[in-house]
Design a protein. Structure first.
Length: 361
């Protein structure tokens, strides 16, 4: 190791399992305690439910789940087995139209040897989400700040907007996480994406993508970047610009060694079944290292269909297993890109990019 150079070792496998979700809304009725990952959703979002039958229960009898819309119409039902402690988890997507907008009721029942117990929990559904973005300029010069304004609808508590920017060489130039507290009550937000300086700030066309409401709402925009010399010297050729870009890319130092582990299930997945992208990251520094673990899933056309990330801190020489989930909606060939940054606001690469092909059947 040389000096204080940041080093993260990234080992990636893909498996199929249920992640342990974080629940923010708790309630209990009778003998069943229920929780959901949020209190307000929009149509198209995924819902994660967790529950536990308190007291006595029949391990051979499943929990029966029903979701009733505002007008009394059922838009989801399922049965799920209990674990050894009487607990269960379940996920479903709110598929439907505006008739489900409003207060919905989650009801879970379980038949024990002595009778039936149940639990109920209310949650709110709002209409399909949307997001728009607009740069403060269509064209910038190197050294300028890039600012974006946007709107979301509806405003969902605890939801956030993620904006990603790729430079002309398709390198990740910036990630910005816009928290719920930074979105006005009418859905407006403004954020600085960064300064056009450094090795990844090059001449050409940039792509900006915004994701909202668990990526059920997305939008793409562009802006261009020139330099002062190109404006004062119109005779500069495309070859000159290409040389500048290549020089910037070649001067980027390689900070980490990336080792990929293959597994028997690493390249296969099924529609509507949760796929977990699992990675082992290791801090090879002698000091603690903050990090953001990012997973991009792209379809065969290069369109991002899933984007997720997690933050943490690694102690010196500590290894940690990271997991991010994705549920494929259609069959086909996909690409998972996994990489580690210092943070979303400071996109310093701590590892190389791992690329994995996934076939969805």
């Amino acid at each position: 190791m040389r000096g204080n150079t940041s080093r993260i070792l990234l080992v990636v496998t893909i498996s199929f399992a249920m992640l342990t979700p974080t629940y923010t809304s708790l309630g209990a009725t009778d003998k069943i305690a229920l929780s959901m990952d949020r209190q307000v959703y929009s149509i198209g979002m995924k819902v994660t439910i967790a529950g536990q039958v308190l007291g006595s229960f029949d391990p051979d009898s499943p929990a029966r789940i029903s979701v009733i819309g505002p007008s009394g119409n059922s838009h989801h039902s399922a049965t799920v087995s209990l674990d050894s402690s009487g607990g269960f988890t379940h996920q479903f997507t709110i598929n439907g139209d505006s008739s489900f907008v409003g207060r919905n009721m989650l009801e879970v029942t379980h038949q024990t040897v002595s009778g039936s117990v149940s639990g109920k929990l209310e949650f709110e559904v709002r209409d399909h989400a949307s997001v728009t973005i607009q740069m403060n300029k269509d064209s910038y010069v190197l050294g300028e700040d890039v600012i974006v304004q946007g709107t979301v609808s509806p405003v969902l508590p605890d939801s956030q907007v993620l904006i990603q920017v790729f430079n002309p060489k398709n390198q990740a130039w910036s990630f910005e996480e816009i928290s719920f507290n930074s979105i006005s009550p009418d859905g407006q937000f403004t954020v600085a994406l960064g300064n056009l300086a450094g090795q990844k700030s090059i001449i050409g066309s940039y792509t900006v993508k915004a994701f909202y409401a668990d990526s059920t709402a997305t939008v793409t925009g562009t802006f261009s970047v020139t330099d002062l010399d190109s404006k004062s010297q119109p005779s500069k050729t495309e070859k000159d610009n290409e040389n500048v870009q290549n020089a910037s890319s070649a001067s980027t130092p390689s900070k980490v060694e990336v080792v990929t582990k293959e597994s028997t299930s690493a390249s296969a997945a099924e529609v509507a079944k949760e796929t977990v992208v699992q990675s082992e990251i290791k801090n090879e520094n002698e000091q603690a290292q903050e990090f953001t673990y990012i997973v991009l899933i792209k379809d065969l056309d290069g369109i991002t269909v899933s984007l997720s990330w997690a933050k943490g801190t690694l102690a010196p020489n500590q290894s940690l297993t990271m997991e991010q989930s994705w549920i494929p909606e259609i069959s086909g060939e996909y690409t998972a890109e996994i990489f580690v940054w210092k943070s979303l606001n400071d996109p310093e690469a701590l590892s190389g990019v791992i690329v994995k092909k996934i076939m969805v059947e």
